[in-house]
Design a protein around this ligand. Structure first.
Ligand code: C2E
Ligand code: CA
Ligand code: CA
Length: 640
């Protein structure tokens, strides 16, 4: 080949260029540009050929690289999943890639501006905004980022994230803008879904507490403008926990879904139903014409809830208690309104459940009263206004005072004696119950210690061997509940069996493993456990078996009518029989008459507590009582 090129130059007398390449021993190739230049004799004939060779290996390599790169770029741009468009300085499209063409909802016209052909589907506003963003990149020469949103024909919203990058000529003038658009609709849908989940209850699909708050806020603002009345119905299902515990959470969930639907059937389209959590629902009635209407809604809900629930074959029976409050009549803002409706709901529960109750002035006074109490309670303990009183518990078999219950008293400087039924709930709300409860326990333990020493010193038979303290659910949920109490008993060197705690059934409804653990801690230390107010709560026998409990306290309400109501007598007897079967001893509370005592004794109840023997008393009175009883019983034993 080489020789033929030389010959060609010799023959033609014209210079010629060709490339010459070969592989080297190491596998790399080398390339030369060869130029054959003819030399002429005096006769004008070619005499010889001068050959110049230049090594162009490097240049060739660069060229190949450039070509490859260009191809890569073109492929990248052409086939990028992002939509890539070049706009000139007039915002006209001069280039579009395949992704653009595939996005069928977009016109594919070159030479047009967005304003010209974008009216559908984004709407003219969106196109103008888009073009303004392009113009900004053109004017500033700075890259920019923005979003475009619209609704597709199928109703789904679409969203693109755009990046516009300016391109320059050699003099540094902006010649065009390259836009890269990424479809972020999926992200948008995810965000929408998350927003939906944040505002709706996953179980019932009703608006949740958060959305309820927003809605109430809106309605109240509207009422402020229109002068209309907004009503709030606070609905709490009675005995839902029982269903949940006995039939399982899945059945409980089904019940809540059904209950939600029933509530919705009872209200108008314009009323808003929400689930606040657990078995609590609310209804906002945005425009109340007359209170009768509210009563009708509430009654409809109450009626619909007593219909049996058929839950995948299980029949469940519940009821609802509803509280109703109105803005602006009862409350001056939404927070207070919710509180008022809640308060009214409790009143409905107190009136025997399965009904509704309007918020009243009385309740309002109660609310205010509680606020004042909460304030005063803050330093009641420090100011020495709290006292621990004792009520004796008598053993039926011996007639002796063998135990005492510690009951808290608050001697308020202005109000006088405030009943624990009033101030304990307040202390629970404010959290003061922890400090107060710890104090009650220590006081009671110190008393038990003193009694122990007294018994040893002068052999008073009547001095109780054990003191029980009440524990509210709020105290029991603390993680390290009882630890400091057990520690304190060690400190004062009091045998733990001298103390007992009284808990209510409500406590046992929580996280079972947690409760079991906490209860065992007390019992392992030697502190006994009594189940208080038995018969008023859920009275689920299953709990008694599962948790280790020493005593059952029959609630006062069964004792009260023992002599007149055969039903109560049957219940009391049944409780005693059942307790004994489970290895528990029974304490009857609120025994006021000899007749009651005799009946309880007859059915095998071991201990009696009540005004029949004595009311709760301050310590010194209690000791006096014990001393008198002691001599009495001595006389009994001596003279028969
Ligand atoms: P409880 O634990 O059921 O206490 C028994 C209540 O029945 C006491 O009311 C007692 O005075 C009353 N009582 C006793 N015998 C009779 C009777 O024969 N007839 C009548 N009608 N009533 C009788 P009290 O002292 O007003 O206490 C009310 C509640 O306050 C207690 O109910 C208990 O739940 C709570 N409480 C009292 N002290 C404490 C405390 O230190 N901590 C906690 N967490 N709660 C306490
Ligand atoms: Ca008690
Ligand atoms: Ca009780």
């Amino acid at each position: 080949v080489y020789q033929s090129h030389i010959r060609q130059v010799l023959d033609s007398g014209e210079q010629y260029e060709w490339e010459l390449g070969w592989e080297q021993g190491d596998g790399s190739s080398i390339c030369f540009l060869v130029r054959g230049v003819p030399e002429f004799g005096s006769d004008g004939k070619v005499t010889s050929v001068l050959v110049f060779s230049r090594d162009i290996t490097e240049r060739k390599r660069m060229e190949a690289l450039l070509y490859e790169r260009e191809q890569t770029f073109r492929n990248l741009v052409e086939n990028a999943p992002d939509i890539i468009v070049r706009y000139d300085t007039q915002c006209r499209r001069t280039y579009i890639n395949a992704a653009y063409t595939q996005a069928s909802y977009r016109p594919t016209l070159l030479g047009k501006t967005p304003m010209e052909d974008w009216a559908i589907p984004t709407g003219p506003g969106e196109a103008a905004a888009f073009q303004a963003n392009l113009q900004k990149v053109l004017d500033s020469g700075e890259p920019g980022e923005w979003e475009v949103r619209w609704k597709n024909t199928d109703g789904r919203s679409a969203c693109f994230l755009l990046r516009g990058v300016p391109e320059f000529d050699l003099k540094g003038n902006v010649t065009s803008v390259l836009t890269f658009a990424r479809d972020i609709s999926d992200r948008l849908h995810l965000e929408e879904e998350m927003r939906r989940q944040a505002s709706y209850d996953a179980l019932t699909g009703l608006p949740n507490r958060r959305m309820f708050g927003d809605r109430l806020h809106e309605e109240i603002a509207r009422a402020d403008r229109t002068g209309k009345i907004v009503a709030l119905l606070f609905i709490d299902l009675d005995r839902f926990k029982e269903v949940n515990d006995s039939l399982g959470h899945e059945v409980g969930d089904r019940l809540l879904i059904d209950a939600a639907q029933r509530i919705q059937h009872c209200v108008r389209e314009s009323d808003a139903v929400a689930r606040l959590g657990g078995d609590e629902f609310v209804v906002i009635v945005p425009e109340v014409e007359e209170a009768v209407h509210l009563g009708r809604i509430a009654q409809a809900i109450v009626d619909s809830m007593v219909q049996p629930f058929n839950l995948d074959g299980y029949m469940a029976y519940i009821s609802a208690s509803i509280g109703i409050a109105c803005y602006p009549d009862d409350a001056s803002n939404e927070g207070i309104l919710v509180g008022c409706a809640d308060q009214a709901m409790y009143a409905a529960k107190a009136q025997g459940r399965n009904g509704f109750s309007f918020f009243t002035r009385d309740m309002q006074e109660q609310v205010q009263h509680r606020l004042l109490l909460a304030h005063d309670m803050y330093d009641a303990l420090q100011k020495g206004q709290l006292q621990v009183w004792m009520q004796p518990i008598v053993e039926v078999a011996t007639g002796q005072v063998v135990k005492a219950e510690a009951l808290l008293r608050w001697l308020h400087p202005q109000r006088g004696m405030v009943a624990p039924d009033i101030f304990i709930p307040v202390a629970e709300e404010t959290g003061a119950i922890h400090e107060i409860g710890d104090w009650v326990f220590r006081e009671a333990a110190l008393t038990a210690k003193r009694w122990l020493e007294m018994r040893a010193a002068n052999g008073l038979a009547m001095v109780p061997c054990q003191i029980s303290v009440n524990m509210s659910p709020r105290q029991f949920v603390r993680a390290n509940v009882g630890e400091s109490w057990i520690e304190y008993l060690r400190e004062i060197d009091l045998p733990a069996e001298r103390m007992a705690i009284e808990i209510t059934e409500g406590i046992l409804l929580g996280d079972q493993a947690d409760i079991l653990g906490k209860l065992s801690k007390f019992r392992e230390a030697g502190i006994q456990v009594a189940l208080d107010d038995f018969g008023t709560g859920y009275s689920a026998m299953a709990y008694l078996k599962r948790f280790n409990i020493d005593y059952l306290k029959i609630d006062r309400s069964f004792v009260r009518d023992l002599e007149t109501d055969p039903n109560d007598r049957a219940i009391a007897e049944a409780i005693v029989v059942m307790a004994h079967k489970l290895g528990l001893k029974v304490i009857a509370e609120g025994v006021e008459t000899a007749g009651q005592r005799d009946m309880l004794a007859a059915v095998g109840c071991e201990f009696i507590q009540g005004f029949f023997y004595a009311r709760p008393m301050p310590l010194n009175e209690f000791m006096e009582f014990v001393r008198i009883s002691d001599t009495k019983s001595m006389r009994h034993s001596i003279y028969g």
